[in-house]
Design a protein around this ligand. Structure first.
Ligand SMILES: *Cc1c(COP(=O)(O)O)cnc(C)c1O
Length: 424
């Protein structure tokens, strides 16, 4: 049996342990929700204050040139590129994941309409994050295409000659199940299908190599494992061999080849720069850069591969301790045990009380979250994200101890834990 002392020892010898000091972690809190909103980097308040008081406050409009504000989406994009196997100049940090998905899916639809107009289907996963499905549904209506939603095991069989685009999220937000991006992309390409990947739960969490997998388009989120702060700009990548083929639909002046020429006609910038639309949120980009830097700080210690190894050790330990210590409490496991199929979270299922158990844990200082099931094939989920930059092995032990106490005491049945809030 693993003990708390064993976990403390693993923390003591963990070469990544020092990275925790890059964050302002509240005392007495075990934060297992970095997959939803990453912890604030210690560098962020000072950097934001500098942008506000000095760059905005004193240098005002000159800061676009003097402090490189204009270049920030590309500069932060280049840093993110290093984490997802993209090249310099191939990524911009801009807008939200939803908006970026709208842009790339539209571009992919234009490519398909030109190269393979007989293909009228977009395939995605039924349990994909809803905003991805909503954006796809809206665009399908506009383009006269059909959105087909399948369960993960049916994806391979759904890749037929009618399909134009396969749109998937690499790591599923509910279950933490991870697709084999290289294999799925190759299978899609073999059938003449374009791929659009959402890396919201991958960037900063698991190694990704967009160049090697030859994916076509990718988007991802800045405020989850990249620790960019609430509503941080997202990112967008387009395979360089597609980048110049089509406009993106939100053809604003920041994507123009020469925004300050103020010409009445639109001429897209070459490459990924055209995926910007309007004036960019400088303060938020500064915060995002601090967050991305926390992940890049792991580079001398082995980078994403080292973070991945620790993440798997943390999620393995969590699964093991829940099974050893919370036995008999009707908890199931929605996350794959096989490493190659698992992201950086563990999702537990329970037939009853999942929401209230999460609330009772939060009251005890263990922050996870709840995701509703659909009552059919998907059960209610208690979701725990493990960001290896700041979560340790003793945190895992202590979180499971609190879960055990919540279940044994039955305190989750109390009315205050059964009241639903706007954000779960
Ligand atoms: C978190 C997440 C989003 C969030 O999109 P926003 O536009 O930032 O609200 C989108 N897709 C997936 C798969 C996500 O996990």
């Amino acid at each position: 049996m693993t003990t708390l002392a064993d976990c403390l020892h693993r923390d003591a010898i963990d070469p990544l342990r020092g990275l925790r000091n890059k964050f302002d972690l509240p005392e007495n809190l075990i934060y297992l929700d970095g997959n939803s909103l990453g912890v604030m980097p210690r560098s962020a308040p000072g950097r934001i204050a500098q942008v506000v008081t000095q760059e905005w406050g004193s240098d005002l409009i000159q800061s676009w040139n003097k402090h490189g504000w204009f270049q920030m989406p590309g500069k932060v994009g280049d840093k993110i590129a290093r984490l997802i196997g993209a090249g310099p100049g191939e990524v911009v940090a801009t807008d939200s994941t939803s908006v970026n998905l709208f842009k790339v899916l539209n571009a992919a639809m234009n490519i398909a309409a030109t190269d393979a107009p007989q293909r009228k289907r977009i395939v995605s996963e039924r349990s994909n994050f809803p905003t991805d499905l909503y954006i796809a549904e809206a665009l399908c209506k506009q383009h006269g295409l059909e959105l087909v939603l399948v369960e993960p095991e049916a994806i391979a069989a759904s890749l037929t000659a009618e399909v134009a685009i396969l749109m998937l999220t690499h790591v599923n937000y509910r279950t933490g199940a991870m697709h084999d991006m290289a294999a799925v992309t190759a299978a899609a390409h073999a059938e003449g299908i374009l791929t659009v990947w959402d890396l919201a739960h991958s960037a900063g969490a698991v190694p990704v190599n967009l160049t090697a997998t030859k994916a076509d388009f990718a988007v991802g989120c800045g405020y989850k494992y990249l620790n960019g702060g609430p509503g941080a700009p997202a990112f967008v990548w387009v395979n360089p061999h597609h980048a110049d083929r089509f406009w993106q639909p939100l053809a604003g002046w920041w994507g123009h080849v020469a925004p300050f020429a103020f010409t009445p006609d639109y001429q897209p910038a070459p490459g990924i720069a055209r995926y910007q639309c309007g004036t960019q949120p400088v303060i938020s980009l500064a915060a995002l850069e601090c967050g991305v830097d926390t992940v890049l700080d792991a580079a001398p210690l082995g980078g994403m591969e080292a973070l991945r190894a620790k993440s798997l050790a943390l999620t393995d330990l969590f699964i093991q301790l829940v099974e050893e210590r919370c036995e008999g409490h009707d908890l199931g496991l929605a996350t794959p045990r096989v490493h190659t199929l698992r992201g950086s979270q563990v999702s537990l299922t329970r037939n009853q009380g999942a929401y209230a158990i999460v609330q009772a844990l939060i009251a005890r200082g263990v922050i996870g979250d709840y995701r509703a099931g659909d009552g059919e094939c998907h059960k209610d989920i208690l979701r725990f994200g493990f960001t290896p930059l700041y979560i340790g092995f003793a945190d895992v032990w202590n979180a499971v101890e609190q879960l055990k106490q919540v279940l044994e005491s039955g305190e989750w049945r109390r009315p205050e834990f059964n009241q639903k809030h706007a954000v779960t």
